[in-house]
Design a binder for this molecule. Structure first.
Ligand code: TGC
Length: 388
């Protein structure tokens, strides 16, 4: 199979700066050399390859979009290109980086005090401290605002009770950004997961995102000091602000998964012969490849334009919602079609499309389902709130 050199029919490369192209080249080389060889065994084992954490940190991936505190301070396009390359390997790898960076570190950077930033961010950028983002509860997924986890003030701090579920990195994180109701407002606390009263469980039997650790966290009379509160958090809107950053990384990331599927399938169909000629020479195959290339190109344009809006400071969450559901659905459709074109071989781990397709089922659901994002966009378009 020819090595991957990117799928870029519209020469979007010409839109990137030298620095952005260099960032992508560095991550692409590392993904091919260090990450790809880990994917099959990690996916089969249902675990994240923790041996990659140090290199992810050395590459400047953790908090790459943030300024100061040991973070790389990259622009939105370079950050997006990083996510695209990581997800080309596996959505679980991109999720690991994105939860650490876009959710946990962003929450502290955006809403924490200077002392909290100094305390946590350098270690998180260096990969010495891993973070999780505890918003979702078993009974409150899309309707995050109805969470039951609560905090009450006590002498010198807060006492927290509740439980979170479907949390990436729950069992490996040293801290969790825990969203809880305090005086009826949704606020976030930085909670050390080794505190008494915190228990964690891993969710097993996942058919998707197997190269990623997902779990539940329970908080029973967990006592935290006053400085655990991220003072800047005021409402669910604060959590959604972090999610916008994570959803932005999905918008780019899923294009990497789709590109890997398409590359794999173009190569496979060129090399496989049926009825005496290569599969790639059949019209029905070319029609599917052409449709997928056109769809992927649209998703790439959408990601680039979101990056431009983010650079200008004019990115609105309705843009993010539109691109999250649209690009994820496109990638999922591409992965399924590629699996089909690979025939029986496509159901094995020898080829990536079915694994990407299983992962993208999760990406389609987490950080806001397709339906939620359609309703967010629908509300923006019409002024009518059809949520709930
Ligand atoms: P609503 O009244 O619409 O809004 C509440 C406040 O939020 C503001 N807002 C936003 N702010 C930033 N970005 C957005 N996208 C925002 N959408 C709304 C809004 O202005 C308001 O602000 P304020 O200051 O007036 O309070 O709230 P709602 O209850 O009607 O909910 C709206 C909805 C459905 C959009 C929201 O609940 C939603 O996005 N739901 C999906 C939740 C979701 O994505 N859950 C998955 C989280 S992932 C997770 O927890 C695990 S971390 C990832 C991992 O571990 O893998």
């Amino acid at each position: 199979m020819n090595p991957y050199k990117g799928i870029d029919l519209l020469n979007l490369d010409s839109q990137f700066t030298d620095d952005e192209r260099q960032v992508r080249a560095t991550i692409r080389e590392w993904v091919d050399r260090a990450a790809m060889p880990e994917v099959e065994s990690s996916f089969n084992a249902g675990s994240f390859p923790v041996n990659l954490v140090e290199s992810l940190a050395d590459l400047g991936i953790f908090g790459a979009h943030l300024d100061g505190y040991g973070c790389a301070g990259l622009g939105p396009i370079a950050y997006g290109l990083m996510m695209e390359e990581l997800e080309r390997a596996d959505s679980g790898l991109r999720s690991f980086a994105s939860v650490q960076s876009s959710l946990a570190m962003t929450a502290i950077h955006e809403f924490g005090s200077e002392k909290q930033r100094q305390l946590y961010l350098p270690d998180m950028a260096a990969g010495k401290l891993l973070g999780a983002f505890g918003l979702t509860e078993a009974d409150h997924g899309s309707d995050a605002g109805s969470m039951e986890t609560n905090a009450v003030r006590i002498d010198g701090g807060y006492c927290i009770n509740g439980a979170k579920y479907w949390i990436t990195n729950a069992t490996v994180a040293g801290i969790v950004i825990l969203w809880a109701k305090l005086d009826n407002a949704i606020r976030a606390f930085v909670v050390d997961t080794s505190l008494p009263g915190v228990s964690r469980e891993e969710i097993h039997n996942k058919l998707s995102m197997r190269m990623s650790v997902t779990g539940g966290l329970t908080f029973q009379n967990v006592v935290v000091t006053e400085d655990a509160l991220l003072e800047g958090t005021k409402s669910l809107g604060s959590a959604l602000q972090c999610l916008n950053s994570a959803r932005y990384s999905i918008v780019w990331g899923v294009n990497g998964a789709a590109a890997d599927c398409l590359h794999t399938t173009i190569e496979y169909t060129k090399n496989r012969e049926q009825f005496g000629k290569s599969l790639a020479s059949f019209q029905l195959v070319q029609q599917k490849l052409a449709d997928m290339a056109a769809d992927l190109s649209r998703s790439q344009l959408l990601a680039l334009q979101l990056g431009r809006l983010k650079e200008q400071g004019t990115l609105h969450w309705s843009h993010v919602s539109m691109a999250k559901f649209s690009n994820t659905q496109t990638a999922l459709d591409i992965a399924r079609t590629c699996r089909d074109l690979l025939g029986a071989a496509g159901i094995t781990m020898d080829f990536s499309p079915m694994r990407h397709s299983m992962n993208l089922e999760t990406v389609n659901t987490y950080e806001g389902t397709r339906h939620m994002h359609q309703l967010i966009l629908g509300r923006h378009l019409t002024g009518h709130n059809a949520i709930g």
